[in-house]
Design a protein around this ligand. Sequence first.
Ligand code: A2P
Length: 342
Amino acid sequence: MKTYPQPRVAVVGATGAVGTTMVSILSERGFPAADLRLMASERSAGSVVSTKWGDVTVEDLATADPSEIDIALFSAGGARSLEYAPKFAAAGAVVVDNSSAFRMDPEVPLVVAQVNNKAIESHKGIVANPNCTTMALMMAAGPLHKAAGIKSMVATSYQSVSGSGQTGITQLRREIEALGSDVDALVDGTWVDPQGDLYTRPIGFNVLPLAGSITDAGYTDEEWKLVNETRKILGKDSILVEPTCVRVPVMVGHGIAATMWFDRAVDMDEAVAVLGDAPGVELWDDRKVPTPLDSAGIDDVLVGRLRETVGSPGGISLFAIGDNLRKGAALNAVELAELLVD
Ligand code: A2P
């Protein structure tokens, strides 16, 4: 695999929730970029962003020249990735793509940094960043799988609105203001629907037991990502995954309550030892309950509520939560870019 001492970097979707986080993480981690280019839609083209690499003028992706870029971090939505990532790769860049466009492409490695780093070596110009929910879960599931082989899991997500981008954050803020202005109505059921257009039901003061859109067998695309991406990342197609993806009124932090069973029994002592040593994981004991607010703005995935299964013995239940904009997206993309540096 070709590596670069001082790559020329582009961030595509640089004005979005994930893109802006990518730029700050590149800077925070002292990424050795020779220069940084920023791209977004024509709406943002011409605006100037102050970065560690100087004031950078945002370019219109549609007209930007993809040559002279070594690493391009894409987070501008699947349609842009499908159209432009192959063009950037053909022009010589390695694209780290945060959309779902290429994740299940057998030619494209799907990599969680610190879980399956080696997979990146087979890239042919595009590397996929996993879904933000799968990512947080894999930080805990990966080390346990390495130790004992995961056979099956039941996973329920609690996904924040920033997983839907800036529009998700705006929508929740609006609905909290609108619905929160009459708390009695929330209690007696006379609340008025704020008529948001992003989700099927109100998200303010509510929980939506459906994240994404329904596809096959009554499951949503988000739920199928949890099934298929888990299998691809852990390299075992036979893992049984029973997913439910839920949207919650939280700005940042995707949590997953998961119960896993293995090729052999795993007890608490072993799970604590494995997760206590897992890179990028902070293991919290029962008195310290990890929540989305704790996960916001930090790099580690928090894992807590560790328990041995009581119904079907030999398994482990846990709650994992990670900042979906950081490890769930931008941080992992930058960590993958770091694997491409000499
Ligand atoms: P822009 O801000 O110019 O619309 P988010 O996921 O937070 O909504 O961010 C999406 C990112 O993708 C933004 O940077 C947005 O740019 C960018 N984007 C959206 N549509 C396009 C497009 N047609 N071409 C290029 N970039 C786009």
